[in-house]
Design a protein around this ligand. Structure first.
Ligand code: FES
Ligand code: FES
Length: 401
């Protein structure tokens, strides 16, 4: 099998090696770099034992390919000796008996440090939900939760995550700026389970798209449709039809501005079915719409919040329209660590592209001259999308070499 040269900075020191495309980061760290503090439990992204920091975010190193980390900065449990928060956590784990055999401890410590930095002082329920992606086979959770709680006490949240690059929409159209959902009321963003308040669309400033802040990830899409803006705007009023363009989404009930619905996602061993509520707001004068929602997956206990904001403007060609769409989402609970991985962000971006392409197809004028119609529900083929994301990444590596 072809080997691929990669350079990954681990704990401040660059390491260059030739790896097989299928080698995951955990094996690279343990076998190539020789850092065995990163443990492997399930090797399928479930237990969290292999958690390391990749470009400042906790991620599963067993489901991150080494080739996908080329050029990244990785910090393993051995790389926090000069970190004051990690020192506090180590002390607290010892004081509160937060470890028994210690197998889960490296992953627990890295996740816990992320919790302290993102949440600051918070309640036990939040700590348990945030830690739910890390399993302890000795089941010593009480000590672990107590240790994290003691370090969180008196702390304020830090916004530590670097922004996620978002594609720049076409220059002809100003992208939509989304207000920080929980910051709109002046409150710090916390990983609380409450849905983000939905500010009125009319009051929303429109400027460049925001990146990631406190766990929110934003993805922009620009769709050009061969139909007049007014026709496209009317078609977008069909909420069920628009939802049908998003793989896995389903609107169950729609009353005025309120809706209830479901969103089904399957990612590797993880299956989630979020049920929740949302609102739909449309500003006729600005041709701007916003759909917000929040839901819970009863299986994993994970929470999701998201919003789709769109604006319809004149297209570059006569009788064409451009729809500028921004999708933002945030996950908390077991699935949260998956959502922070670059691979998953690629995957969500691919979902956004699928949404844009389905929407574009559903808005295209019909041959018989009838107005655009709502899309038929689309099935989500996550595996195919994931394979395609991976193939794209590996291809990029080879073409840039
Ligand atoms: Fe990576 Fe279990 S070994 S999540
Ligand atoms: Fe043994 Fe957690 S302390 S697995």
């Amino acid at each position: 099998m072809n080997r691929v040269p990669v350079t990954i900075t681990v704990n401040g020191q660059p390491f260059t090696a030739s790896v097989e495309p299928r080698q995951h980061l955990a094996d690279f760290l343990r076998e190539t770099v020789g850092l065995t503090g990163t443990h492997l439990g399930c090797e399928q992204g479930v237990c969290g034992a292999c958690t390391v920091e990749i470009d400042g975010r906790p991620q599963r190193s067993c489901i991150a390919f080494a080739v996908a980390c080329d050029g990244s900065t990785v910090r393993t449990v051995e790389g926090f000796d000069d970190d004051p928060t990690m020192s506090e956590l180590r002390e607290a784990f010892s004081t509160h008996h937060g470890l028994q055999c210690g197998f889960c401890t490296p992953g627990m410590l890295i996740t816990s440090r992320d919790i302290v930095r993102r949440c600051g002082e918070t309640d036990e329920r939040t700590i348990r939900e945030e830690l739910s992606g890390n399993l302890c086979r000795c089941t010593g959770y009480m000590g672990i939760v107590a240790a994290v709680g003691s370090v969180c006490r008196g702390k304020t949240p830090e916004v530590e995550a670097p922004p996620v690059a978002t594609p720049v929409p076409a220059a002809a159209t100003a992208p939509i700026r989304l207000p920080e959902p929980a910051m709109a009321a002046g409150a710090p963003v916390r990983p609380s389970m409450a849905p983000a308040p939905a500010p009125s669309v009319a009051a929303t400033p429109l400027a460049s798209a925001a990146g990631d802040s406190a766990g929110w990830t934003a993805i922009d899409q620009t769709i050009t449709v061969a139909a007049a803006p007014a026709t496209v705007w009317d078609a977008l009023g069909d909420v069920r039809g628009v939802a049908a363009c998003l793989p896995g989404a389903e609107v169950e009930k729609l009353e005025g501005e309120s809706l209830t619905g479901r969103m089904s996602v399957r990612f590797g061993p993880i299956k989630a079915r979020f049920a929740g509520e949302g609102t739909v707001r449309r500003d006729e004068s600005a041709h701007t719409g916003r759909v917000t929602g929040a839901g819970r997956d009863s299986g994993s206990g994970s929470q999701a919040a998201g919003e789709v904001v769109y604006r319809v403007v004149e297209g570059e060609r006569p009788d064409s329209a451009t729809v500028v769409v921004t999708i933002r989402y945030r996950l908390t609970g077991t699935l949260a660590q998956f959502s922070r991985g670059a691979l998953v962000q690629d995957f969500v971006r691919r979902m956004a592209e699928t949404f844009a392409s389905n929407l574009s197809a559903s808005l295209a004028p019909r041959a018989d001259g009838a107005p655009p119609q709502a899309a038929k529900p689309v099935e989500m083929n996550v595996l195919a999308m994931l394979v395609s994301v991976l193939a794209g990444r590996i291809k990029r590596l080879f073409t840039s070499a």
